[in-house]
Design a protein around this ligand. Sequence first.
Ligand SMILES: [Zn+2]
Length: 253
Amino acid sequence: MPEPDFFTVLLLLVSPAAGSFLGVLVDRLPRGEDVVRARSACRACGRALRPRDLLPVLSFVMARGRCRGCGAAIPAWHLYLEIAAPGLAVLALLAGGGAAHVWLTALVLWLLLALAVSDLIWMRLPDVLTLALALAALVRAGLAGHAAMAGLGALLGVGSFWMIRWGYARLRGREGLGLGDVKLMAGIGAFCGPGLLPHVVLAGALLGVLAVLLAAVRSGQGPAGDARQPFGAALAAAAVLVWLWTAAGQAAI
Ligand SMILES: [Zn+2]
């Protein structure tokens, strides 16, 4: 593990707040709402959130996951994001590298997390997030001297998924792969590089099949052939797992 310096300590300090902000992005972007200027308010009663409502994790726990005004339940995934974001920051730190690299790794992991949650809840991968992911992954690779490989990974990711989308639509006459999944592959391809891209796609497909089978077992019915699946969430999870696997092999965690 690298020596803790000012920038890495700062990363850990801001990470719970980053988790809160990811919650705002996931809550508002798919609805087409402003994420910068609009004040946070309860969805049920419209009460504006005060500073004591905005403390990551603590506010949720102290208010028992309910609005202090009307008592409406706040979705638990807000809390999960506030816990997961610091966890991902710790993994970025353990994987090593200079301060800028560690920060960019954390940013990529946070964006993948936000995209996965957005896909699970809304079946949407907002363009702002897929674009930010691609930019962060390319800058991260550029700083490490791998810009060309990252660019190739992004091209292969988008190209292969666009071909699958086009081929499926031609064969079946309906959409099998969303455009958001195609855009997501730009960032994932840049983050993992062309060499690991097949691993990510395979792991994502296996996770996706597993999720469908688990849902079928829980519902007691067979898997629905034409039901939409959050494949983007499976791909984002696979990208993090493959990155973790390679990082564990390189750094002495
Ligand atoms: Zn309320």
